[in-house]
Design a protein around this ligand. Structure first.
Ligand code: GLP
Length: 242
């Protein structure tokens, strides 16, 4: 794992966008794996700047998102569909038909998850996967548990994640208790992985991911098995590393 230490959130966002922009310039029809949450917002703003000021085109890019709350329609204010639309897709020249986000209303999530993984394979896999990390060490919505799960599937969110994400909703009670998340097989199948972490709240998760045992109680620790992972993090997020 390559660790790039940066000053703060702005520098993290600029650096991450630079890496993603370089990927798209080198391969205009790249398949980008995208993340939600507060961490990548600045990166998306920088990518919009690349589009507006530097002529970077996303016209041939395909995107595949990591997850969606189960039960939320795409139009719901807190759906990841809406997040992606408002934070990135509405502001660049990506074709709507080339964007993919798990369907939070899928009536048969088991079959749907299988289809989502097949779709990623049919696209030739993910060229660059952007990730954040939950303060409990989760990636996408792969929560700490007894085993790593390969497949895209319906999961129960743990209490810690519900509390962390309550800040986006009116109250904790409004946070969905389930989500459809990309599984570890598709994430680890990405050719390159870029993971971002900012702030002291991520320090323990970052330490466990980088230095801990590869264990399902720290889902992000599985990234130690991937040969091309870059972590961009600020000092508070790296503060517990030995
Ligand atoms: C969310 C998402 C993850 C994200 C993580 C961290 O629940 N499912 O993809 O990386 O939790 O979120 P944030 O960036 O807001 O700290």
């Amino acid at each position: 794992m390559i660790i790039i230490k940066i000053q703060d959130y702005s520098e993290m966002s600029r650096k991450a966008a630079q890496i993603i922009a370089a990927q798209v310039k080198a391969k205009p029809d790249s398949v980008l794996g995208l993340a939600t949450g507060s961490t990548p917002v600045g990166t998306y703003q920088e990518l919009i700047r690349y589009y507006e000021e530097d002529g970077l085109s996303f016209h041939k890019v395909t995107t595949v998102n990591l997850d969606e709350y189960y039960g939320l329609a795409p139009s719901h204010e807190q759906s990841y569909h809406r997040f992606m639309q408002e934070t990135l897709f509405d502001h660049i020249d990506i074709l709507p038909e080339n964007t993919n986000i798990p369907d939070g209303l899928a009536s048969d999530p088991y079959s749907y998850g299988k289809e989502y993984d097949k779709l990623i394979v049919s696209l030739g896999g993910i060229d660059l996967q952007l990730l954040g990390i939950g303060s409990n060490g989760h990636i996408a919505f792969n929560e700490p548990g007894r085993f790593f799960s390969a497949q895209t599937r319906l999961v129960d969110l743990n209490q810690h994640t519900i509390e962390d994400n309550a800040r986006f909703f009116g109250s904790k009670d409004e946070v969905p208790h389930q989500a459809i998340t990309m599984g570890m097989k598709s994430i680890l199948g990405a050719k390159r992985i870029l993971i971002l972490a900012s702030g002291a709240g991520k320090a323990k998760a970052v330490k466990d991911m980088v230095e801990g045992q590869i264990a399902p109680m720290v889902p992000a620790s599985i990234l130690q098995l991937h040969s091309d992972v870059t972590l961009i993090a600020d000092q508070p997020a790296l503060s517990l590393l030995s």
